[in-house]
Design a protein around this ligand. Sequence first.
Ligand code: SF4
Length: 232
Amino acid sequence: MGIPTNRYSKITDKHPREICLLRSFPCAWGKCSFCDYIEDNGKDGVLMAQMNRQVLGQVTGEFGVLEVINSGSCFELPRETFEDIDKVIETKDLKQLFFESHWMYRGQVADLRQRMGVPIIFKIGVETFDYDFRQKVLNKHADFKEPCEVAEYFDSPCLMVGIKGQTKEMIAHDIHCLKKYFPLGTINVYNNNTTKIRRDEELVRWFLKEYSWLNEDPAVEVLWEITDFGVG
Ligand code: SF4
């Protein structure tokens, strides 16, 4: 995946919101076996903050909700970017934010919720609740055992569906856990990228048929392409 060109978009389907794809410092983990989107990271905080400011400058506040994403965790955004987000909240009268973070930052989630002054929907890249597949195949470095551990910190897990080696039972369990323990969730249908992790076409077809009802579920967003939110 190259460097994204489109960094601002509007989501008008479920949970209408504006979304900004911002630049951040390198993902502190950086070793998930399916991930090749960390090229967008940088080391020059001043330069990244300048660019992020331009992207945030496009926010109109029309939905009162802003999602900020970056190739990693929100805790890896430059400090100045948080100050700019504060300003956008104030000037555009935002009522809610969406952020995403890796499990390793769970201890900082409560502080950030308090700091931002508006409610945050915290997403987390869970990928799957199957411990072995998550840790051994996907190398996720997220060592929780039960969904309730995740729900203590986060509101909305992102699951990955359609990877070779995954089973129908795993996917069914993942979606069951999402619905049981979390108010919201995102499901990414896996697409091949430059890593060795491959998509299982048959599993994707099965998922499409079996879980088409998710399209009608207001609490779950299903992304067929990584750019489905309009950024990237
Ligand atoms: S935590 Fe996210 S950004 Fe970091 S390596 Fe894993 S998938 Fe990539």
